[in-house]
Design a protein around this ligand. Sequence first.
Ligand code: PGA
Length: 241
Amino acid sequence: MRIIVAKDYEGMCVNGANLIAAQILLKPDCVLGLATGSTPCGIYDRLAGKYQAGELDFSAVRSVNLDEYVGLSPENDQSYRYFMQKNLFSRVNIRPENTHVPDGLAADIEAECQRYEALIAGYGYPDLQLLGIGLNGHIGFNEPEDQFPVATHRVALTESTIAANSRFFENPAEVPRAAITMGIGSIMRAKRVLLAISGENKKEIARAALCGPVTPQVPASILQLHPDVTVILDAAAAALL
Ligand code: PGA
């Protein structure tokens, strides 16, 4: 596990964008596993900047996103498909048909989970998987549980995740209670993992995930067993390491 501590959020994003850009330069048709949330926004800004400066070409890149809320349409501004369109896809030359996010409106969520896992497997799993981490240690929406969930599945969100997400919704009743997420097994099959952690409020979970025991109660802790992980943190998130 390589750990890079940047001075601040900006520095962390510069590092993250450089690592993703290097992956695209190395393999122009790479499969990128992408994440949503506030942490990657600055990374996506910089990737878009590199594309606009003519430094990066997304025309052959394929992408698979970690997760999506059950019940939100792609047009809903809180859906993760909407987030990805706004923050990255509409700003670079990635082909729409090469971008994949689970379908939160699928009539049969179980069948959608199987379809999505087969799609990722068909791609050979991501060359590089970008991850954020939740306050409870979740990666994707793999919440603390008694065992590590393997494949893409439907998950009931925990109260702490619902509370953390409610800041984005006008009415707390609108916060989705369930999501589709890639499993821990799907994430662990990525060839490389880039975990981004920012902010003072993440310092305890950063320590638990990176330095504590490997346990499904802290889902991100399993990354200690992955052979190629780079963790980028800002100084505030790294304070207890
Ligand atoms: P955040 O979310 O980047 O908005 O803190 C991270 C996550 O919950 O995975």
